[in-house]
Design a protein around this ligand. Sequence first.
Ligand SMILES: *Cc1c(COP(=O)(O)O)cnc(C)c1O
Length: 388
Amino acid sequence: MAGRNHLYIPGPTNVPNEILNAMHVPMEDHRSPIFPELLTPLLNDLKKIFRTEAGQAFVFPATGTAGWEIALTNCLNPGDKVLIYRFGQFSHLWAEMAKRLGFSVEIHQEPWGMGIPLDKLAARLQEDTQHEIKAVLATHNETATGVTSDIAGVRKALNACQHPALLFVDGVSSIASIEFRMDDWGVDGAISGSQKGFMLPAGGAFLAFSQKALQAIETSTYPRCFLDLKDQMNANKDGYTPYTPNLPLLYGLRKALDMLLAEGLDNVYARHHRLAEGTRKAVAAWGLSLCAQPGFESNTVSAIVVPEGKDAKTVISIAFSKYNISLGAGLSEVAGKVFRIGHVGDMNDVSMLGAIAGVEMALLDSGIDIKAGSGVAAALEYYRATAK
Ligand SMILES: *Cc1c(COP(=O)(O)O)cnc(C)c1O
């Protein structure tokens, strides 16, 4: 099929040409005296994306899933109690990982579409006067349902009862696109990955840890090897890595950081908000609704509920085979009930309008009763009115 297959999924996202070109490099000796000239500034600039000065940034040749494991196994002890609110596939998988790694996992189930309920969390922390909970696992942006939770609010709940638990945040689909402030929010472990807001291929786990988390490593007896933060720190301090780095990805990250910092993080957040808002206008014009409950709508992904009796898989399959665009599927509990539009990474007004038009055609072809052009019209009026 002529023309490009556009990724309108919430990761992997479209990789800009500048980044593709920057990654096209011959291999280099990663023990050479000049390798630190690449790695050291990368780790420093990565801290700016996490908005931390006090913390330390890390790059592992892995994915976001490894980031979950790095936080758990480096900063905690076997059997420690961790608390997690579960309301989508990613918070579910993180909770399952913690169980499989032998932690004592206190799971609080919320309906899919809901985010972290701050009042319930505050009450639970208050009750834990013995401080048995060693870490709170917070999914900042639940990619399966398009839900963003309030991490500043989680920190407030911890501080309100002076609870010493570590705060680990999954920011895989929020960092570098939705406002994230590690230092201001007192985040102890911030976890991200290369293939979403960072606009890179998968294969990089990007992380940052607070001084409190780094101190916890000193007393952790959890066995670890490949994902050991101390090995990483020992090598990183001289500008090297404990094992062979993914060199093209590092060059790609250099370019991605340059692009994000040149645009300015506040502008990056504002752009994602506009892209998302236009998408939400289209959804409303179609007469459809989001999976996210009001107040929790994500600026990187919208999960859209299809009418009763219709199958979201049909919409996705028509979109792919007839119109050459990729949409996100409904995962697990919401399989067949929702499809997802990613508005994250290298996107602008016109690429969003392409997504919305493609979805509109696929909805009509699936026999879903919407008015042709209604979503596109609503989105383009919003984009015109708010374009600078
Ligand atoms: C994509 C994603 C992950 C998983 O990342 P992988 O890179 O596939 O391991 C984890 N959490 C969230 C919220 C995600 O969106």
